[in-house]
Structures are given as C-alpha cells and as structure tokens.
Design a binder for this molecule. Structure first.
Ligand SMILES: [Zn+2]
Length: 614
C-alpha cells in the first residue's frame, strides 16, 4: 500500500524517454564450464497419490555423501509442506498467509509426517529425530566422516494443500513441489537448515533422482527429469510412472487428466508442454519463448546442461502454481489474468516463461543459497531475462507493444525500484524490508549499472565466467565479486559496499548549463564514476568522465557554445534514482494522452502480481 502512494508521486518524475540503449554485443569467448561433482544427496522414491484425499504416501531411499571437511553427527532436513499446516507457521506469519494475491486456505491445509526413519543397515533413527515445523534433525549413532556416504530409509505421508505458494491441488490438477523429506545443504560451515520462510524458496544439494509415482490411470504427468519408460497400468484404475533426473537439486511432478501435451525440439533439448485445452492458441507462444530462452541463455552464459525441459501451463484457478522454477521444469501462466484473454501484444506470458527458464541457469545450476542471498538467484535471473527480452522485442517495448503505446519490462522493474529505492540488496530473505525491491528490481538495475561501469564486453565475460565456474555448485556473492574483480582487473569494493550492502541513493544531475560551461552534481550519497555528455551548438558532442566523488564538478568550454548536457547519457547508471534531473537537454515531449495511457498501464500492472514471479 505504501508503495502505491509513493508511486503516484514518483510517476510525475519519470522521464518519458525510457530505457538505456542496447549496446551491440560481440559473441562471448566461452569461459571454461565446471563439470558436475559426484552426487551429494540422491533419492529413490516410491510415492502413491490419492486424489480423493489429496494425500501422498511415500517411501524414499536417500544416499548422502559428506562432501565437507568435518564429521557430521546429525542430519538436517526440510519438511516444507508443514509451512501450510495452519495460519501460524513461520511462512504464513511472514507472508500474511498470502502469496502473490493467493490466500492460504486453512480449510485445505497441507502437512507432512514421518512414519519411519532408519539407517539402511537397520538402526531406527526415529527416536533421535526432532521436528520443528518445517525443519527436521536426525542424530546419527556414529558420526559420518568427511567423504563417507550414508544410506537412509524414510517413510512418510503427506497432505497436499489447496494450491498455494507453488504447491498443491486445484480440482484434478496437482503440482507436487517440496513434497518429500529433503536434506538441507551441508558444507564446511555446517548445515544450512532453515525454516520455509515467507519469501525465500529453496536451497538443496545436487544428486540423482529416481521417482516412481502411482496415481490415477488417465492422468497426464510431467516431472523434473525424463520418463524412465512408458507408464505401467496397474489394472486397478491406477498407473505408475517413473522419472529419472541426474545432477539436479530438487524434484517436482505434476498431473492432471485434463492436460494436453505437445513437444518440440529446441536444439538438443526436448521441450514438453503440458497445457490446458482452452489455452491451445498459446501453445506456440510457450514454445517460441522457451526455445528462444534456451538458445539465448545457452549462447551467452553456458549451455543448458540437461536434455529435457517440461513447461506447465496451470489451470486458471491455480495461480498459486504459476510462474515457478524447478530443475528441468518450469510453470508458466499469467498470474492474475485469465490466460485466454491475454493478447500477444501484452507479453506477460513471455516474461514469466523467460524468467523461469532463466532460473535453470541462476538458481537451479548456479545454485546459490536463495534464503541467505536471494539476489544471486532472482536478481541474476532478472538480468538475463531482461537481456533476452530486450534483444528479442526491444527494451522499450518488451512488455507491451500496442502501436504507439510501448512499455518495457525494464521500465516496470525500475518503477518498482523507484517506489522504495533506499533498500540494500544483501540480506537474508526474511531480513529484507522490501523483498521484491532487494531481490528482483534493485539487483537488475545494479547489474546493469555494473555493466555500465565495466563495459558490456567485460561484464559479459564476468557473468559467463561466474556461471561457468559455479554451475553445479553453490556460489556466494563473495564468489561473484571475486570473479568480477579477477576478470575486470579492478577493485570493485566501492560497488559492492555501496550498492549491494548499502541502501543509500544514487543520484547524479546536471544542475546548470551556461553558454560555455556545464555543472554536474552528486545529489545522492553513493559515489560512482559518471559519464557526462555535452552537446555543442555546432552539432558536435563530447563525452567526459567524472569520478563522481565530490559534491559538484564544473566543465568549461571557453571556445564552444554548450546547448545541452546529460549525465549517464545511455542510461548506464541504471540505479540513478531521479532521471528527470539527468539532463538539461531539450527533450521531445510525448503527447499527454500517450503519457496518461502509459501511466494507467503501469498502475494496473502493479496491481496484479505478475511483477514478482517465483
Ligand atoms: Zn524467480
């Protein structure tokens, strides 16, 4: 609510000529790509799904390798379905029992219970197991030495909630996310075992999955990985489908008798779309953007490392399942809008699918800790998504392209940032006062600002090196900074300390132009190098650099006549909190009706919740 009122005031400050120009990008020279490590947490699961009760009953065999340098005396687990047990869970208290406009329905709650937990050798571990809502801890009879492997058996049963926050059922559609007892991540610092919080999503280790699901015959299914064979008809009205996935951090599955299925090839990758029959006219849109995303991200940052990608188009009543990423699996949809009414000129479907496919790079393979450092996952995905949408549609019309009325996804994110710009990027998900700004909008603008500081070519090498080095691993912000400094050869402390850790504003302005001089000023507390462009009466222009450190800088041109000046002339200082003061050049003024329509569009777009996909 606070955001909307600030927004109205800020709308008046928006310059009408919006987004930065796109620099031409030379192809990356591909940095080395890290190979997968031996599996750390692997799961073999047999689960049966009772649609009448919306319950799961499962048995899993977990193989865990201690990849750290310290012995492990207890195991940390996530039981994340317990986040939906009642309105008083950590998740529901922090989120206000709603997510992206969906409300938690206490009459259709979700939970998971452990029925058995033992070592493969037979020792019963249940007596030494403690559960605190979404977190479980199991004491081991003997410490697990560094490098050693343990195998466990777990029996569980679970209640799926009415679909909410990326998991559950709606009528005969089911999206089973975070549905099984799953180990947390353990490293040299110990367990990273945290509650399922209102904003953070998931953090888990890499491993192989072999999952057999018994469910009603006639259901069309999809999952992380690929089918290990055709469905087996059990002759009792049920079927068993089996999926396998290698080197993934999670496993999700979906089923519905109403799904229609289509497949396409995108290079070496098999695309599978499970869609609602009434959305048949959107099928080619889904495939086009998914294929474009795989190609674009693969070429720029490193190839998609799997051979299959399943895309789910959820039913209109299941918006809680829309816009989410899992390994080798994304959900699309148009949260907040009835799908069949979304025209092609409004690219919300493309924006959501591109973002979720982008997570296959940042989140699913460069698998940073989304709870501790959410911007590495959401913010980097925002950056590469904007990079794709801008290249494909033009940055200034990537969201809406309706004749003379054009809106860019980038402008929407900048608007989100401007509504609450005094926020840090760094911080755990539950510590951030404005998660959408800190995890999505400000990181996008910060990475664009860093791109402006380093130059597009160097920044491309930074990001491709970071991804290539840390895929199938768990990179941190420190790792990203080290790569950025290594590749650029510069100390970037000024950027990470002020922009990532800090919440001060960036604001540079042209404060005066005289016939023979230009005055630029630093109005914010953040100090960054600035480019100043000066135009002269003879039509020539000049670009000058200012270190941006002082309060003010004057440039004098005794022999030339100045007619205009601008700081950040290409919009490269993306974090600049007030672009209206960036230039004293005479600007072309948009007709009032066009500006009004643009503002109305922004307002309605912020009201619906597509602004924050998963
Ligand atoms: Zn996301």
């Amino acid at each position: 609510m606070r955001r909307s009122s600030v927004l109205l005031a800020l709308l008046a400050l928006l310059p009408l000529a919006g987004a930065p120009a796109q620099p031409a990008r030379p192809p990356n020279q591909r940095p080395p790509l890290a190979e997968p490590l031996p599996p750390i947490a692997s799961y073999q699961i047999d689960v049966s799904y009772d649609r009448g009760a919306q319950q799961l009953r499962g048995r899993e065999r977990v193989t865990f390798r201690n990849a750290s340098n310290r012995p492990i005396s207890e195991l940390g687990w996530h039981l994340y379905l317990n986040a939906f047990r009642d309105e008083d869970t950590v998740f529901n208290r922090e989120s206000g029992a709603q997510l992206r406009g969906d409300r938690f329905d206490p009459a259709h709650a979700g939970w998971i219970e452990i029925d058995g937990l033992r070592l493969h050798e037979g020792a019963d571990l249940l007596p030494g197991t403690r559960i605190s809502e979404t977190v479980m801890t199991t004491t081991l009879p003997i410490a697990l030495a560094p490098g050693a492997t343990i195998t466990l058996g777990v029996d569980f049963h679970a209640q799926l909630p009415r679909v909410y926050a990326r998991s559950g059922y709606y009528e005969d559609f089911v999206l089973a996310g975070q549905w099984f007892p799953k180990l947390a991540v353990h490293d040299d610092a110990g367990w990273h075992n945290f509650d399922y919080h209102g904003w953070s999503e998931f953090f888990a280790d890499f491993g192989d999955y072999d999952v057999a699901i018994t469910l009603p015959a006639g259901d069309v299914t999809g999952a992380s990985g690929r089918p290990a064979g055709p469905p087996v008809d059990n002759g009792d009205g049920s079927q068993t489908v089996r999926y396998t996935a290698r080197n993934v951090i999670d496993f999700v599955w979906t089923a519905s008798p109403r799904f229609a299925q289509a497949t396409r090839a995108a290079g070496d990758v098999e695309l599978v779309l499970l869609y609602q029959p009434e959305h048949a006219e959107q099928v080619e849109r889904y495939f086009a953007i998914a294929a474009a995303a795989l190609e674009h991200f693969g070429r720029r940052w490193g190839p998609y490392p799997y051979d299959r990608l399943t895309i789910v188009d959820p039913p209109a009543g299941a918006s809680g399942a829309a816009g989410m990423e899992y390994p080798m699996f994304v959900t699309g949809g148009t949260p907040g809008l009835p799908m069949q009414d979304v025209p092609q000129v409004y690219r919300v479907l493309e924006a959501v699918v591109a973002h979720e496919v982008g997570h296959q790079w940042f989140g699913m393979t460069a698998a940073s800790n989304e709870a501790a450092e959410p911007w590495l996952d959401e913010g980097f995905t925002e950056y590469i998504t904007d990079d794709l949408l801008a290249q494909r549609y033009g940055r200034d019309r990537s969201m809406l392209d309706l004749g003379p009325l054009q809106i860019g996804a980038y402008d929407e994110r900048r608007l989100m940032f401007l509504a609450d710009p005094a926020q840090p990027i760094a911080g755990a998900a539950w510590e951030l006062a404005d998660y959408p700004v800190s995890a999505y909008a400000k990181p996008l603008l910060a990475l664009r600002t860093l791109e402006g500081l380093l130059g597009a070519e160097t920044f491309d090498r930074v990001l491709a090196t970071y991804y290539g080095r840390y895929r199938f691993r768990h990179p941190t912000a420190g790792d990203f900074r080290a790569v950025a400094e290594e590749v650029s050869g510069r100390d970037l402390g000024f950027f990470f300390e002020q922009v990532v850790a800090g919440s001060e504003l960036v604001d540079y302005a042209v404060t005066a132009i005289g016939p023979h001089e230009v005055t630029v000023a630093r109005l914010g507390d953040v100090t960054l190098p600035v480019t100043v462009e000066v135009r002269f009466a003879d039509g020539a222009s000049l670009r000058q650099s200012w270190n941006g450190a002082g309060a003010e800088q004057r440039f004098r041109y005794p022999d030339r006549e100045v007619v205009a000046a601008a700081v950040s002339p290409d919009g490269e200082l993306a974090l600049d909190a007030n672009r209206a003061n960036d230039s004293l050049a005479i600007a072309t003024v948009e007709p009032a009706w066009k500006a009004l329509l643009r503002w109305l569009f922004w307002m309605q777009n912020l009201v619906i919740t597509l602004g924050v996909p998963g």
